[in-house]
Ligand binder design. Structure first.
Ligand SMILES: Nc1ncnc2c1ncn2[C@@H]1O[C@H](COP(=O)(O)OP(=O)(O)OP(=O)(O)O)[C@@H](O)[C@H]1O
Ligand SMILES: [Mg+2]
Length: 544
């Protein structure tokens, strides 16, 4: 392989580059990188030599060539691929490196044979909404491996060991799983690995218990001059829960994998992305000497929720005094952010940045609430608790489709709250576009709206997510009211705040902004609209 790559501008490859907006020079450089690395797909050489010789490929080879060279990003997000061809080519080389010696140790005939199975797994992932069950994929594979005519009858589950954890495969797909495994992020037989040396952390039992999570105590320590916490995961409790009828949703190995990914590994899949200071820092994972408990170490933060609850009235008094002393009235309140509103706006921006960072990585939190935030000792509010979070695959980036009811009842969106409920329950409560699935990104944004309401007014917007709760009707201006039912003429956010006596410290821009969160999924405010809204824009430069 050699010589500069020239393409026929009328050819299929060139036309494809135009279509996916990939710069031909960058394309040529990316191919050179692949050729030089030696870690290419077995078919790459044939395609590449053909292109050097004929300045093009036959039409039917274009798609397989791009797929083998750049990976599944070509199949699922061509625009994203077009922006960073070298990154994706290089990533695919790393993935290919992962196959090279590993496949020889399995019963796969060759790479084509594996590619066929990978396509079956990918298609299964793509046709099953979250949360996908590992057992369902394993059943499908076992059936294939038993079927004499499937072409996979010589395989066993252990042949897939080189992909690392199956939990990873079902969330982010086989190639991302392989990459994570190659980077020592996951291991096939032990979902807790990699563990950190216990000697790097304090004696886990020596800390002061500050809270409880479902799996055990949360303790606080001063260690090497900084405050850290451990979340204790009792493994016996975890095993009992896995076989219980009524299972607790939260799955610690997945939480830890998501946290590790957000902190250390997101750059495998996201060119140029920087880490986010508004996600609580993970410090490490250890196990006790009898393998009874896992300790999940993080930076410590104070309770942001109680800071809000105890701060509101004091700030309101101060604000009213200021207005009185300066002879200012309603028009000032309506047009100006109070010091409280300014602080809440800054905190909101940080939390929104944290959540948007997660979404950019393909992760939905799915249980966002103020109780799942902390105030870091550096003064930044941060997101914690990724126990029911989900890492979505490339194929799901347009829509984070979920079918389970998950999260906290007083925070979750109507579409999540009522998913798969009986028609009697839901018809009374809420009119929705669909009742069988919801988008985790839009749901996270709804929960961010509920959190913002709590941050601004130190009280929840509603108790029940449905029109049986009058406050919900007012908050949403009746947009979820079933047809034929009357909406009160003054049903809007302002009337709700008036009834709560919460109008003394909120600007008009703030109310306009807040109301946009409590709309049906497809009308709900999006990230672009959040960042361009005047209420946020006014203060954005103060939030580094
Ligand atoms: N890094 C931290 N700093 C300070 N407190 C923390 C930290 N992490 C967790 N906590 C405390 O422990 C509580 C439980 O932790 P977490 O929310 O992660 O577990 P959980 O089992 O998912 O809890 P829940 O089901 O109540 O949401 C938090 O609400 C918080 O009070
Ligand atoms: Mg929690």
């Amino acid at each position: 392989m050699g010589g500069p790559l020239k393409l026929n501008p009328q050819g299929y490859v060139y036309q494809e580059l135009l279509r996916i907006k990939m710069n031909p020079d960058e394309f040529a450089t990316a191919l050179q990188t692949v050729a030089n690395s030696g870690n290419y797909h077995p078919r790459f050489k044939t395609y590449y030599n053909h292109m050097l010789e004929h300045q093009d490929l036959p039409e039917s080879d274009v798609a397989p060539f791009f797929l083998h060279t750049f990976g599944t990003i070509y199949q699922y997000n061509k625009t994203r691929l077009g922006r960073h061809p070298n990154f994706w080519a290089d990533r695919q080389c790393k993935i290919n490196e992962g196959f090279q010696d590993k496949l020889d140790m399995t019963s796969f005939d060759d790479r084509d044979h594996y590619d066929q199975l990978e396509k079956i797994i990918r298609d299964w992932c793509a046709s099953n909404p979250a949360p996908r069950k590992k057992q369902d994929l394993i059943k499908l594979l076992e059936k294939l491996f038993k079927d004499e005519d499937s072409g996979f009858q010589d395989l066993e589950l252990e042949d897939l060991e080189f992909l690392g954890q199956m939990d990873y495969v079902i969330q982010q797909g086989p190639q991302a799983a392989l990459l994570a495994h190659m980077n020592q992020l996951t291991f096939y037989n032990n979902e807790w690995l990699p563990l950190d040396p216990p000697g790097d952390f304090p004696d886990p039992l020596s800390g002061e218990t500050i809270a409880h999570c479902f799996w055990g105590p949360v303790r606080k320590y001063k260690h090497k001059g900084e405050w850290i916490v451990s979340k204790c995961i009792n493994l016996a409790k975890l095993r009992t829960n896995l076989s219980a009828q009524q299972r607790f949703n939260d799955y610690p190995p997945s939480e830890i994998a998501s946290h590790r990914y957000m902190q250390n590994c997101f750059h495998y899949d996201n060119p140029g992305m920087k880490s986010c200071p508004y996600i609580c820092k993970l410090k490490g994972i250890t196990e006790d000497s009898q393998s009874k408990n896992i300790f999940y170490w993080m930076e410590f933060g104070t309770d942001y929720f109680s800071e809000i609850a105890s701060g509101y009235n004091k700030e309101l008094k101060k604000w009213k005094k200021f207005l009185r002393e300066n002879n200012l009235g309603r028009s000032h309140i309506r047009s100006t952010k109070s010091p409280w509103e300014k602080k809440r706006c800054l905190d909101f921006i940080k939390l929104a940045r944290g959540m948007e960072f997660m979404h950019k990585l393909g992760i939905a939190h799915r249980d966002f609430k103020l109780e799942n935030t902390i105030m870091g000792l550096d003064g930044d509010v941060k997101i914690i608790d990724f126990g029911v979070g989900h890492r979505f695959g490339f194929w799901e980036q347009k829509n984070y489709r979920c079918v389970d009811r998950v999260g906290t009842a007083t925070y979750m969106s109507p579409e999540c709250s009522l998913v798969k409920r009986s028609s009697r329950t839901r018809d009374v409560r809420v009119r929705l576009e669909q009742y069988d699935h919801w988008d985790a990104r839009a749901n996270d944004i709804w929960t961010l709206g509920v959190a913002l309401f709590m941050m601004l007014f130190a009280c929840p917007p509603y108790d029940t997510c449905g029109n049986t709760d009058t406050r919900f009707v007012y908050l949403t201006s009746g947009v979820f009211m079933p047809q034929g039912r009357k909406i009160p003429p003054n049903a809007n956010l302002k009337s709700l705040l008036k009834a709560y006596s919460r109008l003394a410290m909120v600007s008009d821009d703030c109310m306009d902004f807040l109301a946009r969160f409590f709309l049906p999924e497809r009308q709900r405010i999006t990230w672009d609209q959040i960042w361009s809204h005047r209420w946020v824009q006014e203060i954005l430069d103060q939030a580094p």
